[in-house]
Design a protein around this ligand. Structure first.
Ligand code: GLU
Length: 588
């Protein structure tokens, strides 16, 4: 709906636009024709819209939005990290994915996070060079643009460069994230220089410019993908990982990344993981993200109940229990498919799901973590021995609540669902000197101690939870959804699908609803304000218990393709400071 000129003008002068259309629920929602975009950043949504208005397709616009998020949301994502992009190609009527997950450097091994034979403390591991995986984002963008885009880096990076050059106003969310991470950021001199003022978090309202990041983007705009993976920027990354720029007196574990690790980094074009749920075909991220597989498994468990017909509290109880069992299986079996032979056929079979469903009580929550099931028995492959279940990771690595998700469609019907990250808020906490971007701590998504399928190995991708999803109905896109939030990504996507498909909520309500996240633990994560609500009380009758303290969960973005040919973009009304949903031409 926004005309091209004001958007360009706003980008040029770095204004924070908030073209947010608020329906009664308060969620940013826009319905109309042409392309659509939903992201958690006003500038990023504007960047995507500008590219669409300039004739770019959904892939071009997604990269433009992602690059802009790297500037305005640098603690969630950026070129120092990696991600997963799911693309529906309208002309070919097929869905592909681009896995550009970070890889372990060639010198990394299973003892990466051990000292004297014992796993080191998680926070110590995070703020270190050893935590940094070989970044995949720029290679992912390159593959997306080359194979499925219509524009070049120079065009799609222009809006992000404008925002990095002219600056943007620090908002309360941004300030709060720096504040939460002061101890980590203070350890590294370039990070303190960029994000601290007088040793404190950069104040709300400050105009923040990042000329170093503009410089990094300009180098990629003119030199292409090689400008990141070879030459001066690659050398700066390797130096920073192996000799972290620490403040006086600070000691952190160094990494072992080489120029060859960067030069050899490859993204993977993988077929999307297809599953079905109540007449929808769901296309999600295959391994090494556990996202698509675990969402599909939980939905397979839920498909055996007539959720619509049940009292709401009982249906929600079953959602919680299905997620518990799906997570038990995820935690035991899933990891990088190039390193382990995950029993995927069995894992995704409706018959395996039925055995898990049979263990769920209609009335009573499981008292705590449940054991993994045995998907090997459902592989339907006589050459595969019926192995006993591997040891479940009793305590998977403590993934937390970061990352960003965006979604874009274009006038030709292409759709992108894209989740990318630097792992923790602010990643490893290390800004690459002279280039203005934070390096990831994705290596801490490995299990710290084995034996387990998800231990660090040279070149391996740590298991992820990212779950960008595109749903088709009758062969046509019906909706897309995704979220940040570590392992809660899986439950946010799952719950939003259940809210929308089973409970019949419009998408903005499905996104707005209080989030409930069970990941095979005694208690279930909930958001502030949930405890004591009528919904909580009704669920407590089924023996459900809540984790404390409550915390905001996720920041979803979604698209709905309406039967009348319009598209509705939906973002968050409150979470992560609220998002921005835009369409090219508003109205029905
Ligand atoms: N590292 C997480 C994953 O790949 C995402 C980071 C987060 O959301 O905390 O699933």
């Amino acid at each position: 709906m926004a005309a091209r000129s004001p958007v360009n003008a706003a980008l040029a002068c770095g204004l924070v636009l908030s073209i947010v259309i608020a329906p009664a629920t308060g969620a940013p929602v826009a319905t109309g024709h042409g392309g659509a975009v939903a992201t958690i950043s006003a500038q990023a949504s504007q960047a995507a819209l500008t590219i669409l208005n300039n004739g770019g397709n959904a892939v071009d616009a997604a990269v433009a939005a992602a690059a802009t998020l790297g500037v305005t949301d640098p603690f969630s994502c950026g070129i120092g990290g990696g991600g997963f992009m799911v693309i529906y190609l309208a002309r070919d009527k097929r869905v592909i994915t681009i896995d550009h997950r970070e890889t372990a450097p060639a010198k990394a091994g299973p003892t990466l996070f051990e000292r004297d034979g014992k796993p080191i403390d998680f926070d110590t591991a995070v703020a270190s060079g050893a935590a940094v995986g070989v970044p995949g984002t720029v290679r992912g963008w390159h593959e997306a643009l080359e194979r499925y885009g219509s524009m070049r880096f120079a065009q799609v990076l222009a809006p992000a460069i404008a925002v990095a050059d002219t600056g943007f106003r620090v908002n309360a969310t941004f300030n709060g994230l720096v504040d939460q991470n002061l101890a980590k950021f203070r350890q590294f001199t370039p990070t303190s220089a960029l994000y601290l003022h007088d040793g404190k978090a950069i104040p709300t309202g400050t105009l923040l410019r990042n000329p170093d990041m503009a410089r990094a983007y300009r180098a990629i705009a003119s030199g292409g993908v090689k400008a990141f993976y070879e030459g001066p920027m690659a050398r700066a990354i390797v130096d920073t990982v192996n000799r972290p720029p620490v403040a006086k007196g600070v000691n952190v574990r160094a990494g072992t990344m080489t120029l060859a690790d960067l030069a050899n980094y490859e993204a993977r074009i993988r077929p999307a993981l297809r599953s079905t749920y109540r007449g929808y075909e769901l296309y999600g991220m295959p391994l090494p993200s556990s996202g698509g597989t675990t969402v599909a498994h939980a939905l397979n468990i839920l498909e055996g109940y007539d959720l619509k017909a049940l009292p709401r509290a009982q249906a929600e109880h079953l959602y919680i229990e299905a997620s518990r069992f799906a997570f038990a299986d995820r935690n035991a079996y899933l990891a990088d498919p190039e390193y382990i032979d995950a029993p995927l056929a069995g894992f995704l079979s409706k018959d395996f799901a039925a055995t898990r469903r049979a263990l769920i009580s209609l009335q009573q929550a499981a008292p705590g973590a449940v054991a993994a099931g045995n998907p090997y028995a459902f592989q339907n492959d006589p050459s595969v021995p019926l192995l006993p279940p591997v040891r479940a990771s009793i305590r998977p690595p403590p993934e937390s609540l970061h990352t960003t998700h965006l979604t874009v469609s274009d006038k030709d019907g292409n759709v992108v669902a894209y989740t990318f990250t630097i792992e923790s808020w602010g990643g490893s906490g290390i800004v690459v000197p002279g280039y203005g971007f934070l390096l990831n701590n994705e290596m801490t998504d490995f299990d710290f101690a084995g034996p387990h399928p998800n231990v660090p190995e040279a070149g391996k991708r740590p298991r992820s939870s990212m779950a960008p999803t595109i749903a088709l109905k009758d062969g046509k896109p019906a909706f897309s959804v995704g979220s940040p939030g570590g392992a809660t990504i899986i439950t946010t996507v799952l719950q939003t699908i259940v809210n929308y498909v089973d409970f019949g909520m419009p998408m903005h309500q499905a996104v707005d609803a209080p989030r409930i996240s069970q990941r095979n633990a005694a208690t279930t994560s909930v958001e502030p304000g949930f405890g004591g609500s009528a919904q909580a009380t009704a669920l407590a009758r089924f023996g459900q218990r809540w984790e404390s303290p409550p915390e905001e969960i996720g920041a979803a973005n979604a698209l709905v393709f309406n039967p009348d040919g319009t598209v509705t973009a939906v973002s968050e009304s409150k979470r992560h400071g609220a998002g921005t949903a835009l369409v090219q031409r508003r109205g029905h």
